[in-house]
Ligand binder design. Structure first.
Ligand code: ZN
Length: 283
């Protein structure tokens, strides 16, 4: 299933049409897209959408109006240096345990929203990532059980102010938490949308040029280890987002270095989930 958020309402993409999920399920599923983060709703969703897709709840497709599929996570965690070539281009060793940091939920933006480049900041960089949506409460879980805690997957950008990140005391949270720095979408795809959830391709395209290409089978710490490690520290709640790290090809690692400019179009592509297309504007 491809599940999304249209103007704050839960929608599903069925046969090329966006369907209002609350109407299509006769109210069994809430109109709030946060309902998608509860794995317990998925059987009802599957039954109802299979039977009713494209019927009463059908809406005109308007993907540029989609909002973040999971709009209100209690927290966002993100893995630093989780692909070896990216660790190398950043000048760091691959970490022995997951290097997780927090991002503020207020940084979330939709899959077609503008990325606002803050005035006076000249090193704003891109990071295409696969994002996990936690589907049930997790505390001290076993890595082998990791996927059973995942409601679905979406695409995300971990937009980063490199100057703020690397100058002075190393600070990731604020450097990656400006408003609009965490676009996600266009949909949350359930796991059955993928042939192999441990080998998902992702790429980043800047003004038509592919700058990043990766596959999650290259992750240093895989989904099970990320979830197990995170849940050993804090309880994970349905709807929490975990950015799994970015492949090589960020602007910081280029020679000469390259950073986002007003007018740039940043695309994040994950087959099975879709394409986000965010325009960069000056703040
Ligand atoms: Zn990242």
């Amino acid at each position: 299933m491809l599940l999304g958020n249209l103007h704050g309402r839960s929608v599903a993409l069925v046969d090329g049409e966006l369907v209002d999920v609350c109407k299509a399920t006769d109210g069994a599923i809430d109109s709030d897209p946060m309902a998608f983060a509860d794995l317990a709703t998925h059987d009802v969703l599957r039954e109802s959408l299979g039977a009713k897709g494209g019927a009463e709840g059908a809406l005109v497709p308007s993907s540029t109006e989609l909002a973040p599929p999971i709009p209100r996570p209690t927290k966002i965690l993100a893995a630093a240096l989780n692909y070896r070539p990216h660790a190398a281009e950043s000048g760091f060793e691959a970490p022995a345990t997951p290097a997780l940091f927090a991002r503020l939920p207020s940084a979330l933006a939709g899959p077609a929203d503008d990325i606002v480049l803050p005035a006076g900041r000249d090193q704003i960089d891109w990071e295409a990532e696969l994002v996990l949506v936690v589907g049930r409460e997790a505390r001290n879980i076993d890595p082998d059980q990791g996927w059973t805690y995942v409601a679905g997957l979406t695409a995300g950008q971990d937009v980063s102010d490199r100057r703020a990140q690397f100058e002075g005391p190393s600070q990731f949270t604020m450097a990656k938490s400006y408003d609009s720095f965490a676009p996600t979408g266009p949909y949350m795809a359930t796991l059955d949308e993928f042939e192999n959830v441990d080998a998902i391709r992702l790429s980043c395209v800047l003004n038509g040029d592919e700058v990043q290409r990766g596959n999650t089978q290259e992750l240093i710490h895989d989904v099970g280890r990320l979830l197990a490690y995170a849940s050993s520290i804090c309880t994970l709640n349905p709807g929490d987002l975990i950015f799994t790290g970015t492949p090589a090809g960020v602007g910081w690692g280029m020679s000469p270095q390259r950073f986002l400019q007003p007018g740039d179009v940043l695309e994040t592509v994950i087959p099975g989930i879709g394409t986000m297309r965010n325009h960069c504007v000056s703040g």
